[in-house]
Design a protein around this ligand. Sequence first.
Ligand SMILES: Nc1ncnc2c1ncn2[C@@H]1O[C@H](COP(=O)(O)OP(=O)(O)OP(=O)(O)O)[C@@H](O)[C@H]1O
Ligand SMILES: C[C@H](N)[C@H](N)CCCCCC(=O)O
Ligand SMILES: [Mg+2]
Length: 248
Amino acid sequence: METMVTSKLNVAVVGTDTGVGKTVVTAGVVGWLRAAGYDARAVKPVQTGHPPDDDAGFVAAACGTHAAATCGPRLEPALAPAVAADVADRTLEYSAIRGTCETERDRDGPCVIEGIGGLRVPLADGQEVIDLVADLGVPAILVGRSGLGTLNHTALSVAALRRRGVAVAGVVLNQYEGSTTAERTNPEIIEDMTECPVYALSPVSMETPEDVVAGVREELPVEQLLQTVASAEADGNEVSRNPTEFES
Ligand SMILES: Nc1ncnc2c1ncn2[C@@H]1O[C@H](COP(=O)(O)OP(=O)(O)OP(=O)(O)O)[C@@H](O)[C@H]1O
Ligand SMILES: C[C@H](N)[C@H](N)CCCCCC(=O)O
Ligand SMILES: [Mg+2]
């Protein structure tokens, strides 16, 4: 099927926690969009734990170009941004962080904003990750773990996003191996609890950053997921149950 992706596709890839796979999913989505011919770019609003953490650098390497990702302020302490700034005696300004993301959101190509940790992570000036996603007015893809414990984390995160008017275009249960009863039952239960489409992403090769894009594209129906994102954007951030075709 010829895929025409709307050039104004914007989405926030958020997580139920830190380390759940937001960067892996972001790299796969941006890689898929760029392979489809669109000037897609990821933005990491704030990077903490840097070095070694460098999510934008990973996405850029995965897509083979620095044009595939950009990053706001970088802080060394591996903490929530507001806490890292405090510890490192640095100043973070929410308005500047938001401004950078708005500029990326409004540029020509698709924009993929990666969250920092989970949703209630303090960013700056009393604002949290969820405030930024709500302020940007883009739909979200929620990434969570696949096993026992994720029902609670995922349902709470979806409810928090919806309370802020953020459409959840899909839930990605990451590193899914189906080796436990919890894993095998979670996708359907989460769909029932949240009425969100749920996708299982198996472990992919992390040998090289490029492998991640190939792996995510193989394992995740990125096109279907982005159709729901495009519908949500078209419907003013409401997730319609029937994904529509992208238009250019
Ligand atoms: N599908 C996957 N297959 C194999 N390994 C994975 C997968 N998803 C995540 N990982 C492993 O988990 C690590 C953390 O994933 P990732 O960096 O994407 O998390 P994150 O949610 O972006 O974390 P942060 O909150 O720090 O941004 C990866 O470096 C990788 O080692
Ligand atoms: C250090 C690394 N870059 C992480 N993304 C930072 C995540 C902060 C999580 C804060 C918390 O929820 O306790
Ligand atoms: Mg990350």
